[in-house]
Design a protein. Structure first.
Length: 530
């Protein structure tokens, strides 16, 4: 029979967008074709358009002679069959041909399998001089703290219900097939010809988002949630495994009547023990604690002082968010040093929703504590000149709309009922840093009219992790700003807009004390994707 191909040519909006599916249907003499595209939501891309050519074979076998119309994404064309397009009778195969065919069988199909699992990181630590240590399943982050190790350790659970996509060829590629992980987090793609395939999981997919976000992939080389796998004839390729480290551990369903409450000390974040203060000094003490029990901590839990005569200041701090077993939380209390010289210890425990106290290891007698020394005329050390610093991160803030028009995690509505969504200005674990941006520092506060400062004290660029810093600063007022339309930044940012510190705002005023370090002066950018 006659074969008819449609040649569709066009341009993709950036270097990440790719052809996803070609959907074809026919109504009488009219062919309707829709070409859809896919753009990974967690990748930084060049903003240059990319030409493409797609060859689309039409299903014309068996059509009667006549004229036919074709529409592809709104563009139309036509073709004519001069005769009925029937299938000719197959010739009878000769014995010699049959023998030759039997001697060269098709390669046996293969398969691939993998696992999507919860990569767990437990942090151990103690009070006093005992430092927090990475437990089993953890590795240290270069910038402090710990993360899951990217290795499937014994006892780590699979994640059920995750949509897994398969594409033909090396990653990135999708569109060949999809499947869903079973109760153990396992998945399989069968009957695959020999070759390379791309296994990927999009955490922002409407099926996956409620099960994964927020968090991040942990397997080395698969930070974008994809792996290239080679399938051999007659074999099942294994090891297409992806580990996910939740930013906030899922709150488990437990029997509140039988679960246990316990906490563990992880780290002193401010005011080490035996810090010396002058009488009446106000200060902020911050700890990092871990839920080491089996009961989730809800917002009905509170961190409370248990001394008969507690230090002046906060005596109770309610939890601002739920804390799952194994998860850590940072808790800060505002305190005031006593007026009389001496050594003081402030003891703290947690209360559950019923107001029952529990301490370290679940024991009522073990508390989280702070020890300070109060001295008349205490000399608070004068910081070295030019020892202050400013730093932060610049990241791509994601907001994607599902197929039904509803927003993904990370979106906020510009106005109630508007139906217009932007990224929420919060740095989540699945969002990407922006490298190579030029950041400017001015020796005055930012202009009130939102224009760029005229005086520039220094410039720097963000590293591969989106981080920047200005060091060697003295006390004073500064403006940190990013000119999105500068020659250095325009190709890295435009089109898009700032979401943090505020929509449309790419500058922050910072007032530094002598020796102060302000390392969370961050900027979030929401790319416009056609």
């Amino acid at each position: 029979p006659v074969q008819v191909n449609v040649i569709a040519r066009g341009s993709l909006p950036d270097g990440c967008t790719q052809i996803e599916n070609v959907i074809q249907q026919r109504d009488a003499s009219n062919f309707q074709i829709v070409v859809t595209t896919l753009r990974p939501g967690d990748r930084m891309c060049t903003q240059n358009v990319v030409p493409f050519t797609e060859t689309i074979p039409l299903d014309v076998v068996g059509l009667e002679a006549g004229a036919y119309d074709v529409e592809v994404n709104g563009r139309t064309g036509s073709f004519t069959l001069s005769t009925d397009n029937s299938v000719a009778a197959e010739p009878t195969e000769t014995p010699a041909a049959a023998a030759e065919s039997a001697s060269t069988p098709e390669p046996e199909a293969g398969a691939l399998s993998g696992l999507i699992w919860h990569d767990v990181c437990a942090v151990a630590g103690g009070e006093g001089d005992t430092e927090a240590e990475a437990g089993e399943g953890c590795i240290a982050n270069p910038d402090g703290g710990f993360r899951a190790n990217g290795v499937l350790d014994e006892g780590e659970p699979g994640i059920a219900g995750i949509l897994v996509e398969l594409g033909e060829g090396a990653c990135p590629a999708v569109g060949l097939a999809t499947t869903t992980t079973d109760d153990d987090g396992a998945f399989t793609f069968a009957d695959l010809p020999v070759g390379e395939y791309c296994v990927s999981v999009n955490p922002l997919d409407e099926q996956n988002e409620p099960l994964l976000v927020p968090g991040e992939w942990t397997v080395a080389g698969a930070e974008l949630g994809s792996l290239t796998v080679t399938v051999a004839a007659g074999e099942t390729a294994t090891g297409a495994d992806l580990g996910w480290d939740y930013q906030f551990l899922p709150i488990p369903e437990v029997d509140l009547a039988t679960c246990t409450n316990s906490m563990a000390f992880v780290a002193d974040l401010t005011v080490p023990d035996d810090t010396v203060f002058a009488p009446g000094t106000e200060f902020v003490k911050e700890w990092r604690l871990r839920n080491s029990g089996t009961c989730p901590w809800t917002t009905d839990y509170a961190f409370v002082a248990i001394d008969e005569e507690p230090l002046a200041g906060d005596a109770e701090v309610a939890l601002a968010t739920a804390v799952a077993p194994g998860q850590t939380i940072d808790i800060a209390v505002n305190l005031i040093a006593p007026d009389a010289p001496g050594t003081y210890r402030s003891n703290w425990q947690m209360t559950n929703a019923n107001g029952d106290l529990f301490g370290v290891g679940g024991f009522i007698e073990d508390a989280i504590y702070l020890r300070i020394v109060v001295e008349e005329g205490a000399d608070t050390a004068t910081p070295e000149p030019n020892s202050a610093a400013i730093g932060g991160v610049v990241w791509a803030d994601y907001c994607l709309l599902r197929s039904d028009g509803s927003p993904s995690a990370g979106c906020i509505e510009t106005e109630d009922g508007s139906g217009i969504y932007i990224a929420d200005g919060t740095y989540a674990g699945y969002e990407s840093p922006i490298a190579g941006l030029t950041i400017s520092l001015s020796p005055t506060a930012c202009p009130a009219d939102a224009t760029n400062p005229t005086a520039v004290l220094a410039t720097t660029t963000t590293d591969d992790d989106g981080l920047y810093s200005f060091t060697g600063l003295d006390a004073g007022s500064f403006c940190v700003w990013v000119d999105a339309f500068s020659a250095e930044n325009v190709d890295l940012l435009i089109p898009g807009d700032w979401t943090y510190p505020a929509p449309g705002v790419g500058a922050l005023s910072v007032i530094l004390s002598a020796g102060e370090e302000r390392l969370a002066v961050d900027f979030g950018w929401d790319y416009v994707v056609d």
